[in-house]
Design a binder for this molecule. Sequence first.
Ligand code: FAD
Length: 291
Amino acid sequence: MKIHKMFESGKPVLSFEIFPPKRDGDVASVIRTIDELAVLKPNYISVTYGAAGSERGLDTVKMASRIKNDYQIEALAHLTSVGASEEDIRRILSIYREHNIDNILALRGDLDPNAPLQSRDFKYAADLVSFIKKEGDFGIAAACYPESHVEARSKTTDLIFLNEKVRRGVNFLVTQLFFDNEQFYSFRNEVRSLDINIPITVGIMPVLNRKQIERMVALSGASLPDKFKKILRKYEDKPDALQDAGIAYACEQIVDLLSSGVEGVHLYVMNKPEIARRIVRNIASILDTIK
Ligand code: FAD
């Protein structure tokens, strides 16, 4: 099933993001993660795509295929085009098709500053979207950035390029993580004013520890509201308290977002199903409402 069709029900679409094991990694532990996430009845689970190596897509495809074919849960397979040729992408798309995968999150991927001669068959994610559209009948998602992408020259140009990407055939958007809902609301207003009317699902990352947040903030440029900083300061040396506070913060963020009409919630669960379980338990009846 195409994931974008799920938004038509008017019920919030719940999804989790996991990362696959590396080639010689612990497959059993990721399978246990999927087992536990499946019980929470997400509408779909997305699987990230490794940053380097010619075989990188195969880890994603194996996990996405299990989610879809063994658990009968819709899978969203991430795909990045940086450094890939058209032939590479055609090959991976045909493997996705063989495994019954209907939905792809089309991404450019992060540029590698040490590899200036990366293939330029796909300069931006928009080029990948056009290519996927031409190659087969996939549901296509793309990333968007409420606080702008870190490389963007300005908010305005980022929105112009987002609009271009969507027009190439994107069916729904997944946001970068953010901790300040006001940033999302002003982004959504701007997106809608450009007549981009596809669903936007919000990416929420619960805090697990201070290091993780510092790394994510450095990567994403997400701003931290004062009340969030206060939590980090107060509980940074008390891991259990920080986790409890982080889950409470994520729940409060989600309740506010859902009551402001967001179409979907995407939890970056970092292969920690207990975190997903605690959040979903807290907001189960809210997730069950129709708009
Ligand atoms: P694009 O949409 O191509 O945008 C990249 C930059 O180029 C932006 O600054 C944009 O403004 C600019 N731009 C776009 N078009 C033009 C143009 N025509 N001219 C000039 N500038 C332009 N990375 C992974 O490696 N694996 C993953 O699994 C993964 N999953 C992700 C999931 C989500 C929900 C998100 C938000 C990100 C994910 N990423 C992942 C990270 C992503 O690959 C990076 O953020 C990457 O730097 C940008 O990818 P994009 O698809 O948004 O790029």
